[in-house]
Design a protein around this ligand. Structure first.
Ligand code: ZN
Length: 468
C-alpha cells in the first residue's frame, strides 16, 4: 500500500487512468472470461440461465433487477459482482463519497483540487468498501437513501442551497461502487422518485433544492416478480431505468438442490462421532421442498426457499447426532423418524394459503414428508420388492421404530426376512447398524406410503403392522 501513489501528482506520473464503475466491471469481466475464471463461485444451477444474462447486462453496462421468490441466491449473486471491481481505486482523502481525484463531483473536492493541484492527497479504497446494500421497507426515507440537510452545517452559516449542508445518504455514499436495493417495490413512491432523479439526471433533490451530483453507480435491485409487475408498486420511469430484468429460479433438479444443500449446510463436528447421510435421505429432504413448492396449500408468491432444504438437512442430522451421543453409537445416520425434527425448521419457511386453514402446518408437513418418501421409494424400489415384509406383518409380526431406538435393534429385521439384505445392500452397507436402521425405516415408510402396511404412533415411537 505504501508504494501506491499518495498524491494526485504521483497518480498522474504513474499513468493511472480512472474508469467508470461500469467500465471497470466490464474490463475485469473480460479478463476473467478470457482466463476462463469462474465468475460466480458457489452459485449452483444458474450456469445456463441467470449467469449468461448477468454477463450480458455487465457487458452492456446495464443496471439490473433480479426478479425471484425468496431464497434464490439473488443477494449472493449481487455480492459476488463486487469481485469484478478493481481491488483498490484511488479517492480524494477525506471525501464522504470517495471522489475520483481526476474528476471529483462534490464541491469540497473540486475546491481542494483547485487549491492543492498535484499535491492533493489521495487514499486507496478496497473493493469491499464499495458495496452498499439496503433492504427496502415502507419506512425507508429520502434522508436514508439520498440525504438530508444537516442543521449543524446550516448553523455554521452555510446556505441551504450549498451542497455542503447536506448529510449524504446511502446512494451518494455508493458513488463509484455498487448499490443494491432489495425488495424495491416496498420503497415508498417518494423515495422511488428520488432514486429515479439520481439515476436519470444525476440530481439530488432535498427540501426543494436541487444539487447536481453526477454519481457513478451500478444499481442492482431485487424484487418479488408479482410485486414488480403489480400496477402501481413501481413508478414507471424508475422501472425503465433497470435495463436488464433477470428472472431467478429455484434449482431445476433435485440433484442441484442437493448440491446446494451439501455446500451450504453446517454440520456439527463431534469428536469420535462420524456423520453419514445416506443418499436416499438427502433425496427425501430435497424432494420434500419440491413437494412444498408445487403444493396448492403453500403460498407461491413467497415461494419455498432452498434455505428450507438446508435447515431441514441440518435438523435431521442433529437428531441423529443427539441419538448417537446418548446411545454411544459411533456413526450418526439420519433415518425417517429423525424427520420429525424438520417440523421445527420447516414450519417457519412455508407460508400457507389462506384457503388452507383446514390443515395445520404440521399436518401439511407430514403429508409433504410422506409424499417425498413415496417419490424416492419409487425411484429405487417397487412395493412388490418387499412382499415378504408385507406378509410377515400380515402374519401378526410388527416392527417398532423411533428416533431414540438403538440402531442394533433394526438388525433383527434383516435376519427375520429372507433375501431382504440383498435388496437393501444397493442403498446401505448392511454391516453398519446405523445404515441398516435408516434403510429399514425408509422401506417401511415407503410401504406405508403405498398403503401396503399400517403405521401406528405410540408415544415417540411408531409401530408398523400388517393391514387387518
Ligand atoms: Zn468529494
Amino acid at each position: 500500500m505504501s508504494e501506491r501513489p499518495q498524491t494526485l501528482g504521483e497518480l498522474k506520473r504513474a499513468g493511472y487512468r480512472s474508469l467508470s464503475v461500469k467500465e471497470e466491471l466490464r474490463n475485469n469481466l473480460f479478463r476473467k472470461l478470457r482466463a476462463g475464471e469462474e465468475l460466480f463461485p458457489g452459485i449452483v444451477g444458474y450456469e445456463e440461465t441467470v449467469i449468461p444474462q448477468v454477463i450480458n447486462a455487465l457487458i452492456a453496462g446495464h443496471n439490473m433487477i433480479f426478479l425471484g421468490e425468496r431464497g434464490q441466491a439473488k443477494s449472493k449473486m449481487i455480492r459476488l459482482m463486487v469481485n469484478l471491481l478493481d481491488e483498490y481505486i484511488p479517492a480524494v482523502k477525506g471525501c464522504e463519497i470517495r471522489d475520483d481525484p481526476f474528476a471529483p463531483v462534490c464541491s469540497r473536492c473540486r475546491e481542494l483540487v483547485k487549491e492543492y493541484g498535484d499535491e492533493l492527497e489521495i487514499v486507496w479504497i478496497h473493493r469491499d468498501q464499495r458495496y452498499v446494500e439496503k433492504l427496502a421497507t415502507p419506512d425507508v426515507t429520502v434522508a436514508d437513501l439520498i440525504g438530508e440537510v444537516d442543521p449543524i452545517r446550516v448553523a455554521e452559516g452555510r446556505y441551504l442551497s450549498d451542497e455542503r449542508t447536506i448529510h449524504f445518504g446511502l446512494v451518494p455514499r455508493s458513488h463509484r461502487g455498487v448499490f443494491a436495493i432489495n425488495e424495491l417495490p416496498d420503497l415508498p413512491e417518494r423515495v422511488q422518485v428520488s432514486l429515479f432523479n439520481i439515476m436519470e439526471e444525476g440530481d439530488i433533490q432535498i427540501r426543494g433544492y436541487t444539487v447536481r451530483l453526477p454519481l457513478d453507480i451500478l444499481i442492482v435491485a431485487t424484487a418479488n416478480p408479482e410485486d414488480y409487475t403489480n400496477r402501481g408498486r413501481i413508478v414507471t420511469p424508475l422501472k425503465d431505468r433497470f435495463d436488464a430484468q433477470i428472472r431467478t429460479h429455484y434449482p431445476l433438479s433435485r440433484e442441484r438442490e442437493i448440491q446446494i444443500m451439501e455446500q451450504e449446510a453446517r454440520l456439527p463436528h463431534t469428536e469420535g462421532l462420524r456423520i453419514f447421510v445416506p443418499s436416499f435421505m438427502k433425496e427425501i429432504i430435497a424432494e420434500m421442498t419440491f413437494v412444498a413448492r408445487r403444493s396448492p396449500y403453500v403460498n407461491h408468491r413467497s415461494g419455498v426457499s432452498v434455505r428450507m432444504t438446508i435447515a431441514n438437512y441440518e435438523a435431521a442430522v442433529a437428531s441423529a447426532v443427539a441419538r448417537s451421543l446418548s446411545l454411544g453409537e459411533q456413526v450418526a445416520v439420519p433415518r425417517i423418524s429423525d424427520l420429525a425434527a424438520v417440523f421445527a425448521t420447516a414450519a417457519g419457511k412455508v407460508e400457507l394459503e389462506y384457503t388452507s386453514e383446514e390443515k395445520s402446518v404440521e399436518e401439511l408437513l407430514e403429508t409433504f414428508v410422506l409424499e417425498a418418501v413415496k417419490a424416492i421409494f419409487n425411484n429405487h424400489f417397487s412395493p412388490d420388492d418387499f412382499q415378504p415384509v408385507v406378509e410377515l406383518l400380515e402374519g401378526g409380526a410388527w416392527i417398532e421404530v423411533g428416533d431414540k431406538m438403538p440402531s442394533g435393534e433394526y438388525m433383527d429385521v434383516i435376519q427375520a426376512v429372507e433375501g431382504i439384505a440383498e435388496k437393501l445392500s444397493c442403498l446401505a452397507d448392511i454391516r453398519v447398524p446405523g445404515e441398516v436402521a435408516s434403510v429399514v425405516e425408509f422401506v417401511l415408510e415407503g410401504l406405508y406410503s403405498h398403503g401396503r402396511i399400517r403405521k401406528i404412533p405410540e408415544g415417540s415411537r411408531y409401530t408398523y403392522r400388517g393391514r387387518i
